[in-house]
Design a protein around this ligand. Structure first.
Ligand SMILES: *[C@@H]1O[C@H](CO)[C@@H](O)[C@H](O)[C@H]1NC(C)=O
Ligand SMILES: *[C@@H]1O[C@H](CO)[C@@H](O)[C@H](O)[C@H]1NC(C)=O
Ligand SMILES: *[C@@H]1O[C@H](CO)[C@@H](O)[C@H](O)[C@H]1NC(C)=O
Ligand SMILES: *[C@@H]1O[C@H](CO)[C@@H](O)[C@H](O)[C@H]1NC(C)=O
Ligand SMILES: *[C@@H]1O[C@H](CO)[C@@H](O)[C@H](O)[C@H]1NC(C)=O
Ligand SMILES: *[C@@H]1O[C@H](CO)[C@@H](O)[C@H](O)[C@H]1NC(C)=O
Ligand SMILES: *[C@@H]1O[C@H](CO)[C@@H](O)[C@H](O)[C@H]1NC(C)=O
Ligand SMILES: *[C@@H]1O[C@H](CO)[C@@H](O)[C@H](O)[C@H]1NC(C)=O
Length: 434
């Protein structure tokens, strides 16, 4: 055994020397004269990221990707030809005459292209230590394309997850189909610049998870953000440019987020002492995190059994299904609101009240009103508008108001927001209104 392992290390040293002498100092740039073939790679200057060909999981297909250099291909953060794999090792990465970064197959056909339309005479692509691959017009000295602008499934420090406020067009993460197939899967994650911006994970076009509204420092529906992520994230709404985007950066912390093929966003944190990635955090985390688990006017509490209950003042729309654990139809109001009764000019009775629910993930799709400067004023505004059926007040956001259905409400284990639900006065006979 001793001899065997000794031999292996001799071979290893030999290979290492070969590698070094073959390539001299590692290069980080692709040019038209310096192409990359399968098995060749480029490495960012401080050795953090590597770009080359790889085969994911059990697949024998070849893809061009970028990964953390320390971790071989187990931490791929970007894939070029994800929907068009090569079936052999004849691929080549180069710069075309018009200045595009391309992946070619053995027949010199373009499998993938950076697709920059303006022709550039002298371009080169450099892999940076941020993990960004930047294609530059060397004559003008400007960037003409960046891999960070076309994310795969990973969100790194310095990247922008963005949405065009006018068109709704998004730069978002899209999941791999499976760990062996990086082609576009059914999940995506991005920013929705609703009245108040928040992060969504979608399963195709249907919401699968939401972060809750951004209050300038944290997302209200992510309970541990206050302790772990405070001030690491930055959400910018640039009305002039017509975009909203999310970035993050943590001092002295190597971490990134990845949207896995089953729709879960994982945080991966590099633990220097152990030389491995840890997953301290992921979402959806409990069943209650799955969007709309308890239907309209239902509330989810992962610590209760069953997890779903109707909000006070509401009852299951379909009792049989509800009791059978199918909560998708949600709940309906038991007693008509006063303001609805006034509309019908029946005897209206006493004024509606609000039920206070503490530590809640507030429902999706709120309206926003800038005028109220306190919870009391927010309440007034809601009470004076018959369409308003709930409100919440957060100092960072101001007054959130809801009409229509209340969907995706959850009782959070910590943090959370006080949510006020409008109910008919008679609902308060057994407990106190505010
Ligand atoms: C590879 O195949 C094996 C056996 O079919 C399976 O157990 C494993 O999960 C697969 N790995 C990936 C990454 O798909
Ligand atoms: C590999 O792909 C090329 C075209 O890209 C095709 O001509 C060839 O038949 C494929 N080979 C195999 C073994 O599938
Ligand atoms: C490049 O543009 C062509 C034509 O517009 C399109 O079919 C192709 O999908 C684009 N490729 C990439 C990698 O965006
Ligand atoms: C392209 O630009 C690089 C960097 O500015 C320069 O070193 C090189 O000589 C240029 N090549 C040509 C063909 O002009
Ligand atoms: C995602 O949506 C598809 C249908 O579009 C469904 O079959 C699948 O179960 C959903 N996945 C999850 C995790 O909800
Ligand atoms: C970050 O790391 C550098 C060098 O290791 C150290 O000097 C600095 O104090 C650290 N900053 C924080 C906020 O921990
Ligand atoms: C749950 O109820 C909805 C609405 O009635 C129905 O469409 C759906 O098929 C039910 N789901 C299951 C798993 O029974
Ligand atoms: C009442 O609330 C609805 C829904 O939030 C809103 O569209 C409408 O403009 C409000 N009406 C008044 C008078 O504020």
């Amino acid at each position: 055994m001793e001899v065997g392992s000794c031999r292996i290390s001799v071979v290893f040293v030999f290979l290492t020397i070969c590698f070094c002498s073959d390539f001299g100092t590692a290069i980080d740039t692709i040019t038209s004269s310096q192409s990359i073939r399968d098995l060749e790679t480029i490495i960012s200057r401080a050795n953090k990221f590597k770009l080359g060909f790889f085969s994911p999981g059990n697949s024998s297909n070849r893809y061009v990707g970028i990964w953390y250099n320390k971790l071989s291909t187990s931490a791929v953060i970007w894939v070029a030809n994800r929907n068009k794999p090569l079936n052999d090792s004849s691929g080549i990465i180069t710069i075309t005459e018009d200045g595009n970064l391309v992946v070619l197959n053995g027949q010199r056909e373009v499998i993938w292209s950076s697709n920059v339309s303006n022709s550039v005479n002298n371009a080169s692509a450099q892999l940076l230590d941020s993990g960004n691959l930047v294609l530059r017009d060397n004559t003008k000295g400007v960037s003409i394309w960046e891999s960070f602008e076309e994310p795969t499934d990973s969100f790194l420090s310095g990247m922008r997850i963005s949405t065009n406020i006018r068109t709704g067009e998004k730069v978002k993460l899209t999941s791999w189909k499976s760990p062996s197939d990086p082609s576009i899967g059914s999940f995506s994650a991005g920013l929705d610049a609703l009245n108040i911006p928040e992060i969504f994970i979608w399963n195709n076009s249907r919401p699968f998870w939401r972060s809750g509204p951004w209050n300038g420092r944290v997302f209200l529906g992510v309970p541990n953000m206050n302790s772990v992520y405070l001030d690491g994230f930055n959400l910018v709404v640039d009305d002039q440019e017509g975009t909203a985007y999310l970035t993050f950066s943590f001092v002295n912390m190597s971490l990134f987020f990845v949207l896995k093929s089953k729709g879960v966003v994982e945080e991966r944190k590099w633990i220097e002492e152990k030389e491995e990635w840890m997953v301290p955090f992921w979402n959806p985390n409990t069943e209650c995190d799955v969007y709309g688990m308890c239907g309209a006017f239902g509330s989810c509490d992962p610590l209760k059994k069953p997890i779903c209950s109707c909000l006070r003042g509401f009852e299951p729309k379909n009792v049989e299904e509800w009791n059978g654990g199918n909560w998708s139809d949600g709940c309906v109001r038991r007693r008509e609101l006063q303001c609805e009764r006034i509309k019908k000019t029946v005897e209206a009775g006493k004024e509606d009240g609000f039920l206070k629910l503490k530590m809640m993930k507030v429902p999706g799709f709120s309206d926003w009103s800038s005028a109220p400067e306190s919870e009391g004023q927010c309440r007034e505004q809601c009470l004076n508008n018959c369409s308003c059926i709930a409100y919440a007040y957060d100092v960072g956001i101001g007054c959130m108001l809801w009409s229509g259905n209340l969907i995706d409400i959850q009782k959070l284990p910590s943090a959370g927001t006080d949510l006020y639900i409008r109910l008919a006065h008679s609902e308060f006979s057994t407990f106190n209104a505010i």
